[in-house]
Structures are given as structure tokens and as C-alpha cells.
Design a protein around this ligand. Structure first.
Ligand SMILES: C[S@@+](CC[C@H](N)C(=O)[O-])C[C@H]1O[C@@H](n2cnc3c(N)ncnc32)[C@H](O)[C@@H]1O
Length: 203
């Protein structure tokens, strides 16, 4: 949350445009928030945490005034107008899977995007691993998404009993397919018991 605040308040940009260093009150005076004036105590706590995490550094000023905050290698990635910036990749305060479980539209968008990119490599997997698929009777796709890979595998290798395993909010929207059972759960707790496991990430 502190990092998210720093990105939204453009603290790295403020320090940068102040010549590379800035005091707390200089940062506060440049924060452009139309609703409230920044709370300097809260800002100091955010900066203390970010200094500990090496996002910024702090050092005494040469004229024994207020300490100065400086950018680090990490905070240079937070500069909005820099050619190499990560600032738009702002955190939502939760894991992507939690976001998907709470937001049906995002869940569908994410699952559909996984399924469409998956098609590109499915044929290569099917033709390249013939020996392996011929020798197994059951296979679980862990984090298999809504459809994709496991249905294509059982189409070509019908002797395989397929299991598509994913989080509950994904499995609840997965279409049925003959030869594939959908099982929901958390892979960090337990996964279905099969002859083999497949895990694929994107392409
Ligand atoms: C990057 S997607 C890959 C989807 C698919 N395997 C593919 O290659 O297109 C990762 C998948 O893992 C699932 N996932 C994430 N955490 C999980 C967990 N703890 N247990 C089971 N599935 C999980 C997600 O819901 C998502 O469908």
C-alpha cells in the first residue's frame, strides 16, 4: 500500500524534478491532491517504510536542515515520464487471483485470454509428446483454466482420464467436456491424484 501511495502521489517524480533530492515538506508541498492537503505525519511514515525497503534513501542535508530523500535504482522505475517506467503497473492491493474471484468481468477476461493464447502451443505439445501421452491413463492440468489444454489432450488421447484443476471461481465457469472432470481447489493444499501432472503458463 505504501508503494501504491508513492506511485499515485508521484513521490519519485517530485524528488526527481526537485533536482534529485527533496525534504519531506518539499515533497508534501508538491503533492497535487485536490481533495485534501497531505498529512505530513502519514507521509513521513510512508517514506520511512519505503526507505527501509530501499525504494528511497534518506541522508542529512549539508546545511544541517531537514533530511533529504533521494531516489534509488528501484524508485527510478516509478518515474512516470521516464522511457523505462513501471509506474502504470500499479498494484491493486491483492493477488490477481483474489481480484478475479471478486470481479466476474475480470475473471472472464483473464480466463478467455489464457484460453486463446493457449491454442498456439497446444498442437506443438500434442505432437511433440506422443510417447508420454500414450503411456498414461490419467492426467491433471494444474491451474488449467476453463478449458484449453486438457480437453485437446483427451480428444487426441481418449484413453486418458483428464482432470482440469483450478481455483473455485475459475472452475465454476468452465464448460463441461466428455472425458474431463473439473475439480476445484488450491494447489498449495492438495491436488488430485493422477498418473501425471501438467502445468502450463501462457504460451
Ligand atoms: C497464468 S494462468 C495459466 C492458465 C493455463 N494453464 C494456460 O496456460 O493457459 C494460471 C492459472 O492458475 C490458476 N491458479 C492460480 N493459483 C492457483 C492455486 N493456488 N490453485 C489452483 N490454481 C491456481 C489460475 O486461476 C489460472 O487459471
Amino acid at each position: 500500500m505504501a508503494l501504491k501511495s508513492a506511485v499515485e502521489l508521484r513521490i519519485a517524480d517530485i524528488i526527481y524534478s526537485n533536482g534529485g533530492t527533496a525534504t519531506l515538506s518539499q515533497i508534501a508541498s508538491c503533492i497535487n491532491d485536490s481533495l485534501t492537503s497531505p498529512d505530513i505525519t502519514t507521509l513521513a511514515r510512508i517514506m520511512r517504510l519505503l526507505v527501509r525497503r530501499k525504494i528511497f534513501t534518506i541522508h542529512p542535508s549539508s546545511n544541517s536542515g531537514d533530511p533529504l530523500y533521494d531516489l534509488t535504482h528501484s524508485s527510478r522505475w516509478l518515474l512516470h515520464d521516464s522511457e523505462q517506467t513501471l509506474a502504470p503497473m500499479k498494484a491493486h492491493g491483492c493477488e490477481i487471483w483474489d481480484l478475479a474471484s471478486r470481479n466476474l468481468d475480470f475473471n472472464k477476461l483473464f480466463n478467455d485470454s489464457m484460453a486463446c493464447t493457449s491454442k498456439f502451443v497446444t498442437n506443438a505439445i500434442l505432437s511433440g509428446y506422443k510417447q508420454g501421452f500414450n503411456s498414461i491413463g490419467s492426467l491433471v492440468d494444474v491451474g488449467g483454466g476453463t478449458r484449453g489444454l486438457i480437453t485437446e489432450i483427451v480428444k487426441v488421447y481418449p484413453q486418458i482420464k483428464g482432470v482440469n484443476f483450478d481455483l473455485p471461481h475459475v472452475i465454476s465457469t468452465a464448460p463441461a467436456y466428455n472425458g474431463v472432470s473439473h475439480i476445484d481447489g488450491d494447489m498449495f493444499h492438495a491436488i488430485p491424484n493422477t498418473d501425471a501432472i501438467i502445468m502450463k503458463v501462457l504460451t
